[in-house]
Design a protein around this ligand. Sequence first.
Ligand SMILES: Nc1ncnc2c1ncn2[C@@H]1O[C@H](COP(=O)(O)OP(=O)(O)OP(=O)(O)O)[C@@H](O)[C@H]1O
Ligand SMILES: [Mg+2]
Length: 367
Amino acid sequence: MYLKKIELKNFRNYEKLEILFDKKINVITGKNAQGKTNLLESLYIMSLGKSFRTNKDIDMIGFGKDYFRAKSTSIKEGRELEIEISIGKEGKIIKINGIKAERNIDILENVFMVVFSPEDLKIVKDEPEKRRRFIDRELCLLKPVYYKYLGRYKKILQQRNSLLKQQEINEDLLAVWDENLAEYGAKIIQERSHFIEKLNVISRDISTRITNGKEKLEISYESNVEKKESLAEQKYYLKKALSKNIKYDIFRRNTSVGPHKDDMILTIEGIDIRRFGSQGQQRTAALSLKLAEIKMIKEETGFSPILLLDDVLSELDQERQKFLIESMEEVQLFITTTELNEELKKHLWKGKIFLVEKGKVTKMEKI
Ligand SMILES: Nc1ncnc2c1ncn2[C@@H]1O[C@H](COP(=O)(O)OP(=O)(O)OP(=O)(O)O)[C@@H](O)[C@H]1O
Ligand SMILES: [Mg+2]
């Protein structure tokens, strides 16, 4: 699968743009604040239907404009796949091969993409929320029904929390929320747990290869709810945990147990590298996670995802840069960088280099 073309209208600082990409490597160069990340963002929305850097869709509309439209053409299994997204007065409209999608989640499972930015390099040492977001993003891509579970869970959690903030707490209503919360929470715990098990196997192998066998990364699931085999049992335990903590929750006016507190434990030789890892170890682990993400998508869906590297290469040392690019032979790559240095050029064997200036592609060169 690869992206062949993008057409933009009023997308961020691109008033109008149409470009044809290379099947293999696309390097987007330009000075700061010219539109490199904006361009990657316009590609990424074709995968999840939303941005990787904001939850506010309207932020992507060009300043002073009242809508944007982005249309991509990909080649998947030899056939053209056209996805169009527009955001404007009527909200979000998604068209797949010219047909309007009924639900936003219909966009999933069409184009698979993974984005890797300097933010992701911090995923290991940052707060648990970043790791949860990593898991969720991946699961949504792999399993659209998870997207639904997560949406329901978050909504119920919000309702439960606002109930806890009231002066008089209606316990009957609380019981209803707990029942629903446990229902969706249990599904989320099970999906995450399976996902992390697979992720562990793949990223252990990758980290061993990056470090020539010196560092073996181990990943496990950390939840404040006891992990159970069956869904029914999981729901029962989550409900029990919720009711056990009810006094505390009322006191804190917040929900203290459940998958919204989950985390991933990352260790090397038994040492928790979230807290005690060196910067190099944390970066290698982050890179392993990302590469594992790509491999999992390939294994589960049969499609090699498209990889977007936003400013990330300059943050990695030569050896890791080389490893990253060389392990991506089957994958279409989009790389943004302010400087295309000679070292990096050596790794690029085939593709196109674009120069972006003030929301316009002003130059294109073939490698
Ligand atoms: N909705 C919008 N409408 C118009 N312009 C926008 C919008 N949102 C952001 N911009 C502008 O787009 C410009 C380019 O942003 P972008 O993040 O793509 O830069 P970049 O080339 O990736 O730079 P850097 O190298 O610093 O990462 C910025 O000047 C920003 O102010
Ligand atoms: Mg940028």
